[in-house]
Write a protein that binds this ligand. Structure first.
Ligand SMILES: Cc1cc2nc3c(=O)[nH]c(=O)nc-3n(C[C@H](O)[C@H](O)[C@H](O)COP(=O)(O)O)c2cc1C
Length: 393
């Protein structure tokens, strides 16, 4: 393993190994976007268009990537994004991700649709605080119960995802038979036979279903009852009144995820949230939406002084984190960069992904003549190469 990792020098290397090691239906689940995948691709491509200004003969000693997110000190302005089914990329994936994040000194977010439960993650990290991502389900008593469980698990912030009232379609998931429970087609079984390491890991864990749901939602006791329950539960009637209701029940820090419009950002500020995440769900929901990095300047310009702004979508390097910071994101979240590390090598793979991003961030910041994250702003970008706020509609 150690010798394997010494040859891993960038996130793309981790992606390629994950593609070999993770069964196709779960690898494709991570590495795809909705419909034409236009927004998914734009999330990465738009970062490439932004150019950094190289500066020279600046004293580069005493550099640090340390920063804060929600007032909490972080080793770099990066947190692990909530991702569903993470325990299917690698056995016990959420636990391994949370442990790697804790050791590195960045926040970890557990998804409502995680395989490991709130209780599993709390226990495996000695009750180190983590964030919980909440999907607002129709069954509000289930939501209330989740909030109480997140409090009991010592979660330090609740991340409410607002962009999944309805589901965008990913063609590959349908073709691969990715449903709950996964359909054991002959192709799936043949593909599993080529992933012995993954299979062994799965045989060694009891966590193979949605840990936050099974046994906690009315009428859900096994995988087949779970299937119909989840299909019905995403709430198309979700509104800002629900955000207010959740905020009261939770009583702690609130992060709103899935904001892509300046008008919604103003409503997020009015709701009293502590942070918002400019996010198009990694290009998995509205295909045709702009990339997150293109949407960021309008939102930073509209509300940047009144709420902490973060972004996610397409971050595959420290240079991307630097560019996001320059355009007004106090922090960033990583989804796939985390999942590729996890799928490739488990916890050491996640740690490797974080080390790569931190090192790239440090070096690129230095080339721009800055030694501290707080010194990073738009002046490190080449004028004309970066997105500007959209003109008001
Ligand atoms: C496989 C996968 C599963 C995801 N599941 C969730 C989820 O359960 N809840 C959520 O709020 N966002 C979810 N997301 C979106 C991520 O939180 C994040 O917004 C996105 O991955 C960022 O883009 P990136 O993957 O390019 O970094 C998921 C993303 C992926 C790739």
């Amino acid at each position: 393993m150690a010798s394997d990792l010494s040859k891993i020098t960038c996130i793309e290397d981790l992606r390629a190994v994950a593609q070999r090691r993770v069964p196709r239906m779960f690898y494709d689940y991570a590495d795809s976007g909705s419909y034409t995948q236009g927004t998914y691709r734009a999330n990465e491509d738009d970062f490439q268009r932004i150019k950094l200004r190289q500066r020279v003969a600046v004293n580069l000693s005493g550099r640090s990537t340390r920063s804060t997110m929600l007032g909490q000190e972080v080793a770099m302005p990066v947190a692990i994004a909530p991702t569903g089914l993470t325990g299917m990329q690698h056995a016990d994936g959420e636990i391994l991700g949370a442990r790697a994040a804790k050791a590195f000194g960045i926040p970890f977010t557990l998804s409502t649709m995680g395989i490991c439960s709130l209780e599993d993650v709390a226990e495996a990290t000695d009750r180190h605080p983590f964030w919980f991502q909440l999907y607002v389900m129709r069954d509000r008593s289930f939501v209330e119960n989740l909030i109480e469980r997140a409090q009991a698990a010592n979660c330090s912030a609740l991340q409410i995802t607002l962009d999944l009232q309805i589901l965008g379609q990913r063609h590959k998931d349908i073709k691969n038979g990715l449903s709950t429970p996964p359909r054991p087609t002959l192709t799936n079984l043949l593909n599993l036979a080529t992933k012995p390491r993954w299979c062994l890991g799965m045989l060694g864990t009891k966590r193979r279903s949605f840990g936050n749901i099974v046994g906690h939602a009315k009428g859900v006791s096994d995988l087949s009852s779970l299937s119909s329950w989840t299909a019905e539960q995403f709430d198309p009637q979700l509104s800002w009144a629900d955000v207010e209701w959740i905020k009261k029940r939770w009583g702690g820090k609130i992060i709103l995820k899935g904001i892509m419009d300046a008008e919604d950002a103003r409503l997020a500020v009015d709701s009293g949230a502590d942070a918002l995440v400019v996010s198009n769900h990694g290009g998995r929901q509205l295909d045709g939406a702009p990339s997150s990095i293109a949407a960021l300047p309008s939102i930073a310009c509209a509300v940047g002084k009144n709420i902490e702004i973060w972004m996610d979508g397409g971050i595959r390097s420290g240079q991307d984190v630097l560019k996001a910071r320059a355009l007004g994101a106090q922090g960033t979240l990583i989804g796939r960069s985390f999942l590729y590390g996890l799928g490739a090598y488990g916890q050491p793979g996640v740690t490797r992904a974080l080390e790569i991003i931190q090192r790239e961030l440090d070096i690129s910041m230095a080339f721009c003549g800055r030694t501290q994250i707080d010194q990073v702003d738009r002046s490190i970008l080449v004028p004309g190469s970066y997105p500007l706020p959209f003109p008001a509609a």
